[in-house]
Design a protein around this ligand. Structure first.
Ligand SMILES: Nc1ncnc2c1ncn2[C@@H]1O[C@H](COP(=O)(O)OP(=O)(O)OP(=O)(O)O)[C@@H](O)[C@H]1O
Ligand SMILES: C[C@@](O)(CCO)CC(=O)[O-]
Length: 499
């Protein structure tokens, strides 16, 4: 496919690591509901030799064209959204030998004893992975060795919730055991995300990118990010992060294409295709992706990505010829959209209409694959009736979210995604639609497309204040998290790998 470049493997270069800054060691918290007074950076101890707390962050995504077909080797276009996950890493004093996950968004709080983890299995000759390896499949023996340590996670909670907890714990622990060692420092990993969980906006991809980045930074396998970093080097670091994030996704999804972690890593938008799972995907980062006038609507119907992907897999086994033709048709849609978004005038009325019609076609084909849901069809019906634009499901389907591309003549949504091509004003049709959607229990997310991929706040100091676990876990809402660590008022604090 034209425009896609091979993202081939790079030679390993061990990074020199960060200079150890002064920091204030913190005990693990049991749960994240309490707020506290923020300590000033000036109060930090100057002589502590441990690595300072730091935060990594990565965006969620919306798949604009090509979901599901992308799992079967076809191209997809996905764009980063401005909702993000944040992972605060707090190294504990050397006397502690534990690693803790504090993931309050899903209610997960678990601690493992580092010496008791199955290091022997992961470090056996032939099993040991290097930080620069390309891992494209899970090792069943290692998954089994890890199983007893996952079974104990949230053993007492309800099955559905337990599965969520264990998915996240599995992704973390496999990476920790692959990239760490028995002498890894004790650490608390606290995660907060503004990406809603399990609605098709790539929450798992974004947390896997955070986990991969944090662990690679801690084993000093990344250089930067810093503003004057050479483009090639920045690219290599992103590639390394993305590879391990994909391994995390393997543990959550079962059969991911890798598009979610790729866009969470690189940001902006990507044209993505993986024809051979033993090789890295072909990725073209679309830095000038147009700011499409989109509405992002949640059906508020729970879904499982793994289940929807498996459903399509079964369909392909039962009806290979027909299903492959559907995938081919989706591939043509993605190619046609790529031509428009990389063309001369992607925001013209004509282009928007073309892109919108492709969305309608893409949704129809996804429905034929069995991944729509009555709530998604109801949403599509309501949008069609209102005449404001074109709608397709985004992500795995089976519930979750849909995107609506607004017709050029419509004014911007009152508080939806921003657009440079829309006039701000009153639109009865759009307002009526938004009212109707609210009445019927749909939710709308405010987000913009594009933006940076994985970022690092090292040390965890922003607006002159040190962010510790109490502060981070004590913030109550998604907006609060974004306000605390998003860096709106301290634009230079976060650093990004920018090839
Ligand atoms: N904020 C979070 N905190 C902890 N775990 C999370 C968080 N967000 C996602 N996860 C993990 O990712 C899983 C959700 O992944 P899933 O792929 O089903 O949804 P998604 O990534 O949001 O959707 P899609 O893959 O369709 O874009 C959760 O069950 C949980 O294990
Ligand atoms: C459904 C799917 O295509 C997108 C999920 O966001 C699965 C994947 O690509 O891994």
């Amino acid at each position: 496919m034209s425009g896609l470049e091979d993202n081939e493997s790079h030679s390993p270069t061990k990074a020199s690591g960060h200079p150890n800054g002064a920091h204030k060691p913190l005990p693990p918290r049991i749960n994240g509901t309490k707020t506290s007074t923020r300590p000033s950076i000036h109060n930090r101890k100057e002589s502590n030799p441990l690595a300072p707390p730091f935060i990594v962050s990565a965006p969620g995504k919306t798949i604009v064209y090509g979901e599901h077909a992308v799992v079967h080797g076809k191209a997809a276009i996905a764009a980063a959204i401005s909702l993000r996950s944040y992972l605060l890493c707090t190294t504990l004093s050397k006397s502690k030998r534990t690693v803790s996950l504090q993931f309050p968004d899903i209610g997960l709080d678990h601690t493992w004893s580092i010496p008791e983890l199955p290091w022997a299995a992961f470090q056996r000759e032939g099993k040991r992975k290097r930080y620069y390896d390309l891992v494209t499949a899970l090792d069943p023996e290692l998954v089994e060795a890890m199983a007893p340590f996952i079974e104990v996670v949230s053993a007492g909670v309800k099955a559905q919730m337990r599965e969520r907890h264990q998915q996240a714990a599995r992704a973390f622990l496999y990476l920790f055991l692959s990239l760490g060692s028995e002498s890894s420092p004790a650490c608390v990993y606290a995660l907060r995300s503004t990406v809603p969980v399990g609605v098709g906006l790539g929450s798992s991809g974004s947390i896997c990118v955070c986990i991969s980045t944090a662990l690679l930074l801690q084993c000093r396998a990344l250089s930067g990010p810093h503003p004057d970093q050479m483009s090639k080097e920045a690219d290599e670091q992103l590639e390394r992060i993305n590879r391990w994030a994909f391994v995390g996704e393997l543990l959550i999804h079962g059969n991911p294409s890798g598009v979610d972690n790729t866009v969470a890593t690189n940001g902006h938008a990507v044209l993505f295709q993986r024809t051979d799972y033993a090789k890295p995907p072909r990725v073209q980062v679309l830095r000038d992706f147009p700011e499409l006038p989109l509405l992002l609507i949640d059906t508020c119907q729970a879904k499982s990505t793994a289940a929807e992907v498996a459903k399509v897999g079964h369909l392909k086994t039962a009806h290979p010829e027909v299903t492959n033709r559907v995938f081919d048709a989706i591939d043509s849609i993605t190619r046609s959209a790529h031509d428009v978004v990389t063309g001369d005038d992607p925001s013209s009325n004509e282009s928007i209409t073309h892109l919108g019609e492709l969305m309608t076609l893409n949704h129809g084909l996804l429905t034929s694959l069995g991944v729509s849901h009555p709530r998604l069809e109801r949403l599509r019906y309501l949008v069609d009736q209102s005449g404001v634009g074109w709608t397709k499901l985004t992500g795995a389907g089976g519930g979750g979210c849909a995107i609506t591309l607004l017709r050029p003549e419509q004014p911007a949504p009152s508080n939806g995604t921003r657009s440079s091509t829309q006039t701000i004003g009153h639109s009865t049709a759009l307002e009526d639609l938004e009212h109707r959607l609210r009445e019927e229990g749909f939710a709308k997310y405010e987000t913009t497309l594009g933006g940076d991929g994985v970022g690092v706040l090292y040390p965890a100091v922003i607006n002159g204040e040190e962010i510790d676990q109490d502060i981070f876990l004590g913030v109550e809402s998604r907006e609060g998290v974004e306000e605390l660590v998003g860096g709106r008022d301290d634009r230079d604090a976060w650093k990004y790998w920018r090839p």
